[in-house]
Design a protein around this ligand. Sequence first.
Ligand code: F6P
Length: 551
Amino acid sequence: MTRTRCDRTAAWSALQSAFNTEGKNFDLNAAFKADAARFESFSQQAPHVFADLSKNRIDLATQALLFDLAREAGVPAHRDAMFDGQAINTTENRSVMHFLLRKPSNVPVNNASTATINIATELAKVHATLDAMLVFAEKIRADDDITDVVNIGIGGSDLGPQMAVLALDEFVTPRKRFHFVSNVDGHELAATLKPLKPGNTLFLIASKTFTTIETMTNALSAKAWFEANGGTDIARHFAALTTHVAAANAFGIATTFGFWDWVGGRYSMWSAIGLPIAIAVGAQGFRDFLAGAHDMDEHFRTAPLEHNLPMRLGLLDVWYRNFHGFTSRSIAPYHSALRRLPAYLQQLEMESNGKRVDADGQALPFGTSPVLWGEPGTNGQHAYFQMLHQGTDVVPLEFVAVKRPKHNLPGHHTLLLANVLAQAQALMIGKSDAAVPPQAGAAPIEGSDPHEAKERGDTMPAGGHKHFPGNRPSTFLLLDELTPESLGALIALQEHRVFVSGSLWGINSFDQWGVELGKVLANDLEARLHSGDAAGLDGSTAGLLARLRAR
Ligand code: F6P
């Protein structure tokens, strides 16, 4: 499998020319006027997710160049290498096979002759663990003595399960309460434990490595609290979800559900890390969640580029990041149950693609991961949407809406849908300030660099506090209903679009060396906070250390 970094392809130069001549001045409103079929051309139904990409600054010619870029960079071959079990996580020499966690046991597997792993063997292990974990989940659901489930984990061992349990609230058993403790800040664990009773609590210690200091510290404190408050049966009240079963056993936990090093932490909620989800929505609900993701996997694996939604989104991400120079993307789920989706996507995108060197370790001459951020609509509208409509930076927005609600409160859902439609529309169409007459080239109106906008000779009237420049891009993702299946598909879609942009950028999206330095320094500083030793520290750290130690 050969990968060619995006900037070393002919399509990259062609895209640069297209941007210089047309792309930088692309006008969405004009594009809709010129092409009555624009919505049809730039929208598609993928499994469980409908996507409207038509309000993005892209035309058919640019899209065709982006498909050329994907082909020249070897993205389809790279994708196939992942599905074939090749060790595409090159810095850790690991396969990347989270898709296998959602693959039904009766579907044949592809195994590349070059793969160092036997996928069929791994799939059998996946299903053996899944079956055991779902039996356990059902047992806990039926056990009315267990009223509270506390997941202790951080990063991928927290964000996915927490996001999904909240998102699937309508499917969650009312017979349990779910708590998620991630922060090493003791306030979080202390507040969680306060109303709990050991005899009614199940602790799930979730850690791929079973070494993460925050999780180990919280787990030790939870165990101490359990024993200090009369808890006796650790085997019944603690379970570990980890690839490092021996470490969990050494910690004193006998009930364990394993997974494998080919599952990245941020891709792990489909594994044993998903146990809180399985307890919450039941075995069938969890299987539906996996099935929805599998449908998206098959779409990504087999759909031609032109109709492949993760490919189209990943290519658009690169077009925006590297040609338009947009440095962030905002995500606005118009469903309050999706309120942790932005945090989940932050880790997915930024831990995967926040890299400054390519897979060969060479410094990259272009930008990679955008900053991802967001809040549920309509709350964001009354907070930061001001900046999205009238700020100096253009931030592509990704709306996620759900057609049919699960509640029957009259009026709410229509109002919610009207708002999400209105925001996408307003961002695009803009509005001139009636109080200010149009002045050709009067002031910069568009783009992250006002000087650039001036150079381009933007001619829309820019003046006036009530002027909305419009032409602000957005993508609209629509689910018919928020169910385990559709949530699974939505998340798999996001995983694969991150794969596509990472693949184009030539980086390894599956390691995270950038988190290591802080961990090492924290160990050192923990000792210094005890001893007061500031030798060799920089002035600021030494000053703060002294201040933190002062009585
Ligand atoms: O420090 C980053 C990280 O390794 C993430 O990639 C991971 O999801 C998180 O820590 C938690 O790791 P673990 O599941 O091994 O405790």
